[in-house]
Design a protein around this ligand. Sequence first.
Ligand code: NAP
Length: 249
Amino acid sequence: MRDKPVALVTGANKGIGLHIARELAAHGLTVLVGSRDLRHGETSAKSLGGNAGAVQLDVTDKASVAAAADRIRKEYGRLDVLVNNAGVSHSGTPGKPLQEIAEAGRMSVVSLDEVRAVFETNVFGVIAVTQAMLPLLREAPAGRIVNVSSTSGSLTWNSDPANPHRKMFGTYSASKTALNAITLAFAADLESTRIKVNAACPGFTATDLNNFQGTRTVEEAAREPVRLALLGQDGPTGTFSDENGPVPW
Ligand SMILES: NC(=O)c1ccc[n+]([C@@H]2O[C@H](COP(=O)([O-])OP(=O)(O)OC[C@H]3O[C@@H](n4cnc5c(N)ncnc54)[C@H](OP(=O)(O)O)[C@@H]3O)[C@@H](O)[C@H]2O)c1
């Protein structure tokens, strides 16, 4: 077993996940770059230096999730931090303008197949990966799970008619609301363990997810997820926050 803590970041071959991985490696953790395309993951892991490796991981593929958990146990012997970062804003290929994504994801017009595809990655994928990694996380001295969520999923904010972004509340945002519920459910279920489970919003960040229309950098976006990944023993569990503090559910 490694003497240094080990972290797995899903969807870490690019975007916010890659920067979370970079920061965790800089903090001295051994970082596993989860990537559905192993070659992309390996290239990204190399860019992080000696403290990183790549793991093939498609969060929607049961066999891939099980194989990743097996490999981590066999090769690394421990897992201390899981960052559920992998996410999609729609089921198509990157390059769609944000307005188009929001339009197509409106609840009155979106197809059930599309809703299922988005929830498959953003919600069910998180449950599958978390359950598969729990045996390792339970053995860790300070297991930490961070779910990368979004303030766009806040029911409190979106039920306020004065919120100008409310029109964008559709398939993607609803998947993040569901992710928040899942976060709370895991936190409550694991309350008697050493594991802390929290949700973080990285803020509106320029990545493929929004056709690079976001206004924050990946460096800024990684701050809150990394803070929660490195929480001390007296840190909270079952919270939802961004860099400015708690976000209403
Ligand atoms: N950007 C923002 O403004 C913003 C705001 C709030 C929350 N977030 C959240 O931040 C997280 C990271 O997003 P990002 O902005 O960095 O977007 P991104 O650059 O598009 O990165 C998304 C990552 O998720 C991976 N992924 C997608 N489906 C997957 C699957 N089935 N299995 C494994 N990995 C999968 C992608 O892998 P491939 O390269 O293989 O596609 C990619 O590595 C997401 O959960 C997103 O919802 C982003």
